[in-house]
Design a protein around this ligand. Structure first.
Ligand code: SAH
Length: 214
């Protein structure tokens, strides 16, 4: 057996044909990012299944299509500073790091923070800073951010994150309860977010001050 590389190309073909992902720089970043380095050892051979996979601690690495839809919506530029809430495996940060200047990513579960750090190191990534803690509070040391992404189900968009987003900046987050969330893209205009919905998805719940209580 071994890693099924053709499944990676199959996914790319599926995205191109269905026009789900049209940004070729994003497709290149996906190609350059070894998902097999971000899953648990028993899942290495099936790293390119289009499913979420457990990474322990009741958390998951999102399915490739979902990760790509979210990153595409961020419209990343190579000068962007990005804040991510929910490092998980570090996979989403790894793809984004290839399309932006710097990623600051928060992870609330200490063991997963270390898992993400280890995986990003295996992928030789140097422009991602991982911070242990509650990302819903944002991180004012590095604000404002060009882009913000939340990779867990949020009851609503956390106000500190809206405040720390640049004017014209983009925030992407799944908003809603545990039985499915609406993927929201918000563009900041005059201190408010102009919202657009991108369909329904299912994520693990966001914790922390502006998340769901534990
Ligand atoms: N982006 C990840 C998937 C993340 S799953 C990847 O590519 O693998 C969601 C993650 O968010 C989990 O690891 C969970 O522990 C983390 N999380 C939940 N609430 C959080 C919070 N308030 N601050 C930081 N991380 C949080």
């Amino acid at each position: 057996m071994g890693l099924k590389v053709d499944m990676k190309e199959d996914l790319i073909q599926y995205w191109r044909k269905s026009k789900i992902i049209t940004d070729s720089k994003l497709i290149d970043a996906f190609r350059d990012t070894p998902r097999e380095k971000f899953v648990l050892e028993e899942d290495i051979d099936d790293a390119y299944d289009d499913y979420p996979k457990t990474i322990g601690f009741d958390q998951t690495i999102s399915q490739p299509t979902t990760v790509m839809i979210m990153i595409q919506a961020l419209e990343l530029k190579n000068t962007d500073k990005v804040l991510e809430v929910g490092s998980g495996s570090g996979y989403c940060a790894a793809i984004m790091s290839r399309l932006s200047h710097k990623i600051i990513t928060f992870e609330i579960i200490p063991e997963l923070m270390e898992f993400a750090q280890y995986n990003l190191k295996k992928d030789n990534i140097t422009n991602v800073e991982i911070i242990k803690g509650d990302g819903t509070l944002g991180y004012d040391k590095e604000e404002p951010y060009d882009k913000i992404i939340i990779t867990a189900a949020s009851p609503h968009l956390p106000q500190p994150l809206i405040d720390q987003l640049k004017e014209g900046g983009i925030m992407v987050a799944p908003v809603g309860g545990s039985f499915g969330q609406k993927m929201i893209k918000g563009v900041k205009k005059g201190n408010k977010l102009v919202l657009e919905s991108m369909g329904y998805f299912t994520f693990v719940p966001l914790k922390g001050k502006y998340g769901y209580s534990e």
